[in-house]
Design a protein around this ligand. Structure first.
Ligand code: PMT
Length: 404
């Protein structure tokens, strides 16, 4: 998402300025071209040389410096920026941005820019909660700025409060969200399910499967990258959700069913990448089953769980224009997938051979064939789940009549 993008990173004079070095490095590693602008105050906390060493580009500080490789600094930087990130953003700079002050390179560049702006406040907690700061931040939000943080945590002056710079991961995620904001899916709501479910046998044991959530989370990220509003219904997984997604955590198929029926009413597309467990204990024990009492064999009675995506397909909500399922198969991949496509009244099914060691559950890659209700078939070679996700979401955009 950052490859080839111009990120203008504005660093202002707070103790958290040192974290901007890590932020600059992350953008640079993600393939962005990073221009750094610092206020004079920021140079008291971190030297321009740090950024120049990381990025191999000069750092802009003085508004009236005429750089050989461009017009007047602030205008040129503003014109080529795909996104401006002000991190850390002090109360002072936030106030100036809110009032349109242009008295240094940072505020002048922000005022001259037309691109999305991400603001990561960092300051003393009393300064953050002061009505003046809150009004200034609200005004920036109303103008479309994406404000990330501050977090609650240890403050530089000691004590704990709300004013700590947001985590670098969150600032990177917010920037990625800002970059995707005007994509092909802008204004559309996508619902994605991911991960497995847990069907209890007793208070300690449950039936589940190996779904890590990676495929579904990649799909949610790809949808955000294209400007969609994303709701992610997820089983228990050990990976972080993409920044900007509304996350609903579920455990059992019963929980998933409630969330799915509710959220699908207000979604334009549903992509069912989750691996709901097909069976549950007819009567989960209310206390832990003692192996001493079961003897050598324990045969809990299992009953079928409802087929959730088939239920949606049978009574499709009016707004839900695109319904996408997956087929996790070990044999007769395409025949089984085609059968599920028809039986569940899907528009598209993504077939993956989960017996392969480099595809399906847990791994970072997948090898899929997309089968359309229109009879189309598109087999993709082995690729990362991020790349598979992009292809699936672009296909959903096309099904919605939108360009990718
Ligand atoms: O999460 P990862 O580790 O990245 O692994 C990715 C994945 C292998 C889980 C994913 O690529 C995948 O194949 N997901 C679907 C797994 C699954 O349940 O496939 P299925 O063929 O059993 O089900 C077919 C479709 O019906 C799926 O869209 C499934 O979400 C849905 N389903 C299944 C059972 C059920 N009770 N209700 C459902 O809605």
């Amino acid at each position: 998402m950052f490859s080839g993008k111009n990120v203008v990173l504005c660093v202002t004079g707070g103790i958290a300025a040192y974290k901007a070095a890590e932020l600059a490095r992350r953008f640079f590693k993600a393939g962005a071209r990073v221009d750094v602008i610092m206020t004079e105050a920021a140079t008291q906390f971190i030297t321009p040389l740090t950024f120049q060493s990381l990025l191999h580009t000069p750092v802009a500080i003085d508004m009236f410096e005429l750089r050989t490789d461009m017009e007047i600094g602030h205008v040129a930087l503003a014109k080529r920026a795909d996104v401006i990130v002000v991190a850390p953003a002090t109360a002072n700079t936030i106030a100036k941005m809110s009032c349109g002050v242009a008295d240094n390179m940072v505020t002048t560049t922000v005022l001259a820019a037309k691109c999305p702006v991400v603001v990561a406040p960092a300051m003393n907690d009393n300064m953050w909660t002061h009505p003046a700061t809150q009004e200034n931040v609200d005004r920036l939000r109303r103008r479309g700025a994406l404000v990330v943080g501050p977090a609650v945590g240890l403050l530089a002056e000691g004590g704990v409060g709300e004013g700590r710079l947001a985590e670098v991961d969150d600032i990177v995620g917010a920037t990625r969200l800002a970059l995707g904001g005007h994509g092909s899916l802008q204004g559309r709501r996508l619902l994605v399910t991911a991960g497995s479910t847990r069907e209890p046998l007793d208070p300690v044991r449950f039936i589940s499967n190996r779904s890590s959530g990676k495929m579904g989370y990649a799909i949610a990220q790809a949808a955000l990258d294209r400007g969609a509003e994303v709701t992610l219904i997820t089983g228990p997984v050990s990976i972080a959700p993409p920044y900007g997604a509304k996350v609903i955590s579920v455990l059992s198929v019963a929980d998933l069913r409630v969330a799915l029926h509710e959220e699908s009413q207000r979604s334009d597309a549903l992509i069912m990448a989750a691996a709901p467990v097909d069976f549950r204990a007819e009567q989960p024990a209310t206390s832990k089953i003692k192996k001493e009492e079961t003897g050598d064999r324990w045969t809990p009675v299992l009953v079928r769980n409802p087929d959730l995506v088939a239920e949606i397909g049978a009574r499709r909500p009016e707004r839900l224009k695109v319904l996408v399922g997956f087929a996790a198969e070990t044999d007769d991949l395409l025949a089984n997938a085609e059968a599920k496509l028809r039986a569940k009244a899907l528009d598209l099914i993504v077939a993956n051979d989960v017996s392969a060691t480099d595809a399906g559950f847990e791994v970072d890659t997948n090898r899929v064939t997309m089968l359309g209700a229109d009879g189309s078939r598109e087999s993709l070679p082995l690729m990362s789940k991020d790349e598979v996700a992009a292809r699936i979401v672009d296909r959903v955009a096309a099904e919605l009549g939108l360009g990718s």
